[in-house]
Design a protein around this ligand. Structure first.
Ligand code: TMP
Length: 258
């Protein structure tokens, strides 16, 4: 098979040209970065788990009418998605104080917030994705007012849905990051949810023990990263017999040279 054209390589994913116009393939790597890529590592098997978890969540979001870029999973590490023009804003939704919010405002980690908080960061690695106000977004034209309204509405819907989904499996959704993209149809564009939703971009705490089941295990050198991601997948019902099934399957495929 001819080598596919690589469009972009990010920190955790590679994007390839898709089989039909307007589609791209997202390949999920095992690479992990933190603190704007100052810390780098590998979490063996992470890509397989994130591909599966993100597929599951985007499929569910589609059924409740949150438009998103997911089309179908292709294999253990790849999914076919719609090509969009990514809005250069990281949308962070918070229910409980943690991470940079706690550091910035001196709020103890784990303190529930009086209301859901949406924050925006400008997507620019060289600047370290700085926190920006809606006024900056309007001033520099990164998104229109209509787009910002759609983003906030969708972010709240996603948060409500995910809070319930995770609460049902004993997990507190502390915070998470979303990205949106423009889908162009002739001269018009509409916003859809893009990127991924996985333990890489969420804080997920066990509801009874407060154990961290997300990338903070890597950021904070807690160890047990892949086990935590597997636990999330297992509770979502994505791993059948035992927690290693997905990874065993991949190793088996590799041995067969597929
Ligand atoms: P923060 O506390 O570091 O600002 O992160 C808030 C949430 O957003 C957390 O769940 C991790 C996620 N996030 C990303 O996925 N990518 C990023 O670049 C950053 C800064 C945060």
């Amino acid at each position: 098979m001819a080598r596919r054209r690589q469009i972009y390589e990010g920190k955790a994913k590679i994007l390839y040209e898709g089989p039909e116009p307007g589609t791209i393939i997202q390949y999920f790597k095992d690479d992990a970065t933190a603190f704007n890529a100052q810390k780098k590592g590998t979490i063996s098997g992470k890509g397989v788990l994130n591909n599966r978890i993100s597929e599951h969540i985007f499929t569910l979001l589609n059924t409740i009418g949150v438009p998103n870029h997911f089309i179908r999973r292709l294999n253990m590490r790849e999914q076919l998605v719609r090509q969009v023009e990514i809005v250069p804003i990281e949308v962070v939704v918070r229910n409980v104080a943690a991470g940079s919010l706690s550091t910035r405002l001196g709020i103890e980690e784990g303190e529930p917030l009086p209301r859901t908080l949406i924050e925006y960061c400008y997507k620019d690695d060289a600047l370290g994705d700085p926190l920006v106000a809606e006024e900056h977004i309007a001033c520099f034209g990164w998104a229109s007012q209509d787009e910002m309204n759609d983003i906030a509405d969708m972010a709240i819907r996603v948060n409500d849905f995910l809070c319930g989904l995770f609460a049902g499996i004993g997990i507190r959704l502390v915070d998470f990051k979303l990205e949106f993209g423009r889908l162009w149809e002739n001269d018009y564009s509409r916003l859809i949810l893009a990127d991924e939703i996985s333990p890489d971009g969420c804080r997920l705490w066990d509801m009874t023990t407060n154990e961290k089941l997300d990338k903070d295990r890597f950021r904070r050198d807690l160890g047990g990263e892949v086990e935590a991601y597997q636990e999330v997948a297992r509770r979502l019902g994505l791993l059948r017999e035992d927690a290693n099934e997905v990874l065993d399957l991949e190793q088996h495929r590799r041995k067969r040279g597929k």
